[in-house]
Design a binder for this molecule. Structure first.
Ligand code: MN
Length: 135
């Protein structure tokens, strides 16, 4: 069973994502700020992280940067969940080391497909064009 860590400070978003992940058969872990998310990733080694960008204490990009500089966590795929489909957001996500990003409001099919793509054994090597590549 795959374990997905959801780092999200908005309870409503957290519930939506949690329910979707569980429906897919994944085990879920949760953190509500960047510091807790960083610690949980380091201890639990989830198979994938869904990372809200705007978080208390440490923002999602900084958490990703730290995870990607550590040998024990750099392999974990991080999908950034950005608040706006803003120009430049993809570049920011890539620079931080995120493997992919999706925009709010969350499209259910995009979320499920992107998670599936980046889980171990997924299809990320085929590059479906939805993710951030080259990083
Ligand atoms: Mn947030």
């Amino acid at each position: 069973m795959y374990t997905v860590l959801i780092v999200e400070d908005n309870e409503k978003n957290l519930k939506v994502i949690r329910d979707l992940m569980r429906l897919q058969g994944y085990r879920t872990l949760e953190a509500r700020d960047g510091q807790a998310g960083l610690a949980m990733a380091q201890v639990q080694h989830p198979d994938l992280i869904l990372m809200d960008v705007q978080l208390p204490l440490i923002d999602g990009y900084e958490v990703t940067r730290r995870l990607k500089t550590e040998e024990h966590t750099r392999h974990i795929p991080v999908i950034a969940v950005t608040s706006f489909a803003m120009k430049g957001e993809e570049e920011r996500a890539r620079t931080a080391g995120c493997d992919a990003y999706i925009s709010k409001p969350i499209n259910i099919h995009t979320l499920i497909d992107t998670v599936r793509q980046y889980l171990p054994g997924g299809e990320s090597s085929h590059d479906q064009g939805t993710g951030v590549t080259g990083g």
